[in-house]
Design a protein around this ligand. Structure first.
Ligand SMILES: [Fe+2]
Length: 254
C-alpha cells in the first residue's frame, strides 16, 4: 500500500514552508528516504489576504519552479536518468491548507481548493477559542458542501482548553481526522493525539513539514510510534483510507 504524506508545505516560496526550490527538492528526498510514495502539497490559503484565483496561479508557478529544479537535478546527475530520478522522488499532488473563515461554508469556488481531482478539502480551524458559529459553519460544510473535509492537526487546538469538548464534537461528524507526526513524537502531546485517533477509530497522520531544518519531514518516525501504540492494522487501515481519498486525484503535468 502506498504511503502518502497528506500535509506538507513543500512548494517553494509560497507560504512559510520551503523557502526555495532546492529546499523543496531536499524535502522531497527526505520524504523518499522515509519510504513516502506521494506527498500532497498543502500550501496555506488565507481568505483574508488572498483570492482563490491568485492563490492557484501562485501555486502553479511555484510547482513549475520546483519541477524545473527537479529537471535540473536530473541534468546534473551522471548516474541517473531523468526517468529514474522522477521515480525516486515522491509523486506530488496539489492541494491547500484552507484556514477557516466566516462564510467558508457558502463561499463560491471553495471546491477549487480541494486536492486536485478530488473533493477533499483540508480545513484548518481557528487557533483561538471556537465560537458556536464556527462549529455551525463546519457542520454545514461537512453536511451540505459535497466536499470531504479533513480537519488538519486537530490535536493542536487542544492547547485552548475551551475547545476540547468541541474537538470531540467534530470527531462525531463524517469528516477525516488528521494529526501531525510531530505530535506523536513528544510525550506531552502523544497521549492526547492517540486518544483522538482511538475516539475517531481512524485518521491520517501527516508531517506538516515546512523545511529541512525547522519542521523537517518526519512522517516515518510518527508512523513508527503509531504502529507501536495502536498496532500495524491501524496503520494499514490509514494507508487504505489514504489511497481511497486520492483514488481520483490528478497528477499535475507541466
Ligand atoms: Fe500546515
Amino acid at each position: 500500500m502506498a504511503v502518502i504524506d497528506f500535509h506538507t508545505h513543500v512548494l517553494p516560496g509560497i507560504d512559510d514552508g520551503s523557502r526555495h526550490a532546492l529546499e523543496s527538492l531536499d524535502m522531497l528526498k527526505l520524504e523518499a528516504e522515509q519510504g513516502i510514495d506521494s506527498v500532497v502539497a498543502t500550501s496555506h490559503f488565507y481568505a483574508k489576504h488572498d483570492r482563490i484565483s491568485s492563490f492557484l496561479n501562485r501555486r502553479q508557478d511555484s510547482f513549475e519552479t520546483l519541477q524545473r529544479a527537479i529537471s535540473q537535478e536530473y541534468a546534473n546527475s551522471d548516474s541517473k536518468s531523468t526517468e529514474q530520478l522522477h521515480k525516486d522522488l515522491p509523486r506530488i499532488y496539489l492541494g491547500a491548507e484552507v484556514a477557516f473563515f466566516d462564510g467558508i461554508s457558502r463561499a463560491d469556488d471553495i471546491h477549487k481548493l480541494t486536492v486536485e481531482g478530488t473533493n477533499l478539502l483540508l480545513l484548518e480551524m481557528p487557533f483561538g477559542r471556537w465560537t458556536s458559529g464556527n462549529m455551525e459553519e463546519v457542520r454545514y460544510l461537512v453536511h451540505h458542501s459535497g466536499l470531504q473535509i479533513m480537519l488538519v492537526h486537530l490535536e493542536r487546538f487542544l492547547l485552548v482548553p475551551e475547545n476540547k469538548k468541541k474537538i470531540y464534537e467534530l470527531l462525531e461528524l463524517p469528516c477525516i481526522l488528521q494529526v501531525n507526526a510531530g505530535s506523536m513524537l513528544k510525550w506531552k502531546t502523544r497521549g492526547q493525539s492517540l486518544k483522538l485517533f482511538k475516539t475517531k477509530g481512524s485518521g491520517i497522520l501527516g508531517s506538516d513539514a515546512h523545511g529541512t531544518d525547522y519542521r523537517a519531514p518526519n512522517l516515518a518516525a510518527g508512523r513508527e510510534v503509531l504502529a507501536k501504540k495502536l498496532g500495524q492494522s491501524f496503520l494499514d487501515e490509514m494507508d487504505r483510507l489514504g489511497a481511497e481519498l486520492l483514488a481520483d486525484a490528478t497528477v499535475p503535468v507541466i
